[in-house]
Design a protein around this ligand. Structure first.
Ligand SMILES: [Zn+2]
Length: 363
């Protein structure tokens, strides 16, 4: 039976208030009243309700003005809802347990063997999680991810693998799955400095290259982009995916994943071979980006993973190659830059994916 309209409205407001505190941190009732456009008595009733359920508490906080008394702040109770976020990458699994409000309550990591089997990776995740009681769990995997399926990951060497079920069997709980680049994009939008971006493209450099798009803060449906397998040289070398001349082969992704700093520092120091490598990779990347920009029309591109160092060392080359392969109208307002959250982006974004679902479910 449908809920009465007043109950619907109360649930929606409750969820909006919790979302506001989770995203923006502790606030006074007056600030909440203004931010949510609700009246003071409604905010008071919602705050009482959420205090009762243990999601928020009121504390004595910052003082207002020079002679002002400290104001009462409303804040999330981190322990009230926790999300496990896991990032799987070549050689390493990382876990963060994040509390409501965004505080990291626990971190753990464990090495993974090169070319690890999915079942072993899932067992490692179970070991890291160690039975922690969390309300939601999200795993970020580099590659093309469709629901629980890792359709293709050149970094891990997995294809058409139901890793969601592997995780379920190993840990006894349901996992949401997201590709690493989309997770990082969500992280930058919600906790980094890309919140003003309407159409954000995040490029992630690992042993493979992936990209994710988020539109108005939400992952675009089927947002994973197999950036590494964009063919940039049809007569080029064979890729492990079976195609020829894929971007990640032409750029030497696995070499950069190992030693991007060695190469970029040598290029800065004037080493001619390193400069040539950096320039050629920057040209390849810029050309490939031309196709991606033409197809997705982003307003911002972030270069994450080892692409960050490569971009910093070859920004002018990337920009001129991009300019040669896109319409000026598509790049007039396009910003290219590096991510604010650095290597933490995928874990932060994976956790935010879980919180978004949890807070949505309260509606
Ligand atoms: Zn390929």
């Amino acid at each position: 039976m449908a809920r009465p309209a007043t109950e619907e409205l109360r649930r929606r407001n409750r969820s909006a208030l919790l979302d506001q505190l989770h995203r923006h941190g502790p606030q006074t009732r007056a600030e909440l009243t203004e931010a949510l456009g609700l009246n003071r008595s409604t905010i008071g009733a919602l705050a009482a309700d959420l205090s009762q359920s243990g999601h928020i508490r009121e504390t004595t906080g910052r003082s207002t003005g020079s002679a002002g008394r400290p104001s009462t702040l409303v804040e999330c109770v981190a322990e009230a809802a926790q999300v496990a976020a896991v990032e799987i990458r070549s050689g390493l699994a990382r876990l963060s347990v994040v509390g409501l409000g965004g505080a990291v309550l626990e971190r753990a990591e464990a090495p993974l063997e090169a070319d690890i089997e999915p079942l072993e990776a899932a067992a490692t995740v179970a070991h890291l999680l160690d039975g922690a009681g969390v309300a939601d769990a999200v795993a970020a995997v580099p590659g093309l991810v469709e629901g629980p399926i890792v359709a293709y990951s050149s970094e891990l060497g997995w294809a058409d693998r139901d890793f969601g079920t592997d995780l379920l069997k190993a840990t006894g709980r349901h996992w949401r799955m997201v590709d690493t680049a989309t997770a990082a994009a969500v992280g930058e939008w919600s906790r980094g400095d890309a919140g003003g971006s309407a159409n954000l493209l995040y490029l992630h450099g690992g042993r493979g290259l992936t990209a994710g798009v988020i539109v108005d803060g939400r992952p675009r449906c089927g947002s994973s982009i197999a950036l590494g397998h964009l063919v940039v040289a049809p007569e080029g070398a064979e890729c492990r995916c079976g195609l020829r001349g894929c971007l990640e082969v032409e750029m030497g992704a696995s070499r950069f994943a190992e030693a991007v700093e060695t190469t970029t520092v040598a290029a800065w120091m004037g080493d001619s071979v390193a400069r040539q490598t950096v320039r050629r990779s920057g040209e390849c990347l810029g050309r490939a980006l031309g196709a991606v920009v033409t197809a997705t029309n982003p307003d911002e591109i972030l270069f994450g993973g080892w692409l960050r160092e490569l971009y910093l060392a070859s920004a002018a080359t990337v920009r001129s190659s991009l300019a040669a392969t896109t319409l000026p109208q598509l790049r007039a307002r396009l910003r290219l830059r590096t991510p604010a959250l650095g290597a933490e982006g995928p874990l932060i974004g994976a956790a935010e994916t879980g919180f978004e679902a949890l807070i949505d479910d309260m509606r």
